[in-house]
Design a protein around this ligand. Structure first.
Ligand code: SF4
Length: 189
């Protein structure tokens, strides 16, 4: 059966209380489908565009309504940009509820802006995103000390500022790096 715009293909249930997919306590929406096929990808089971399961957007919204004590919502996968209509609808819903939104994608910001010239939905989706973690995972550039990302080519992009200034503005991660250092220090004491 063909996927409608009222359904999203997910790799799994929503996962609450994540502390590694952006700042604070977050719920991750694991989308199914990714064409980047990065060497060393941790979730190759999410590549198949026909895998996972189709879930009505209303059901996902109900699950979002039931969340408690979450700082934000993170779209990951898979690559959420393969289902831009559905993800935009959900991002809009989450934003209305006051959640901060992070999105992981294998596309670069520049590529998404190019794609947006052909289909405005990409720009529409970007408008609801606080931080975009962009670019494919590159095994040769893997770096475990990076904050919230796996390889050094990937950037944490402050999307509202980037759209406003019409150039890429990086997310200020200094506050989180300090917190991270403190956490590490505490484990030595
Ligand atoms: S973009 Fe992400 S999910 Fe897709 S292949 Fe690369 S690492 Fe895996």
């Amino acid at each position: 059966m063909e996927q409608t715009r009222d359904e999203i293909r997910l790799a799994s249930d929503l996962q609450s209380d994540s502390i590694v997919d952006g700042p604070g306590l977050r719920t991750v929406i694991w989308t199914q489908g990714c064409g980047h096929k990065c060497k060393g990808c941790q979730n190759p089971q999410t590549w198949d565009h026909n895998g996972g399961g189709l879930v009505p957007l209303d059901m996902v919204k109900e699950a979002i309504d039931e969340l408690e004590c979450q700082t934000g919502i993170t779209f990951s996968g898979g690559d959420p940009m393969y289902q831009p209509y559905q993800c935009t609808e959900l991002a809009k819903y989450c934003k209305k509820k006051g959640y901060n939104i992070w999105v992981y994608t294998g596309f670069t910001y520049e590529k998404l802006m190019e794609m947006a010239k052909k289909d405005k939905i990409y720009l529409e989706f970007l408008k609801y995103i606080d931080v975009l973690v962009d670019g494919p995972f590159i095994l040769k550039e893997r770096n475990l000390s990076l904050l919230f990302r796996g390889s050094s080519n990937q950037r944490l992009i402050d999307v509202p500022k980037s759209l406003k200034e019409n150039k890429i503005v990086l997310f200020d991660e200094s506050e989180y790096l300090e917190e991270d250092k403190l956490k590490r220090k505490k484990t030595y004491i």
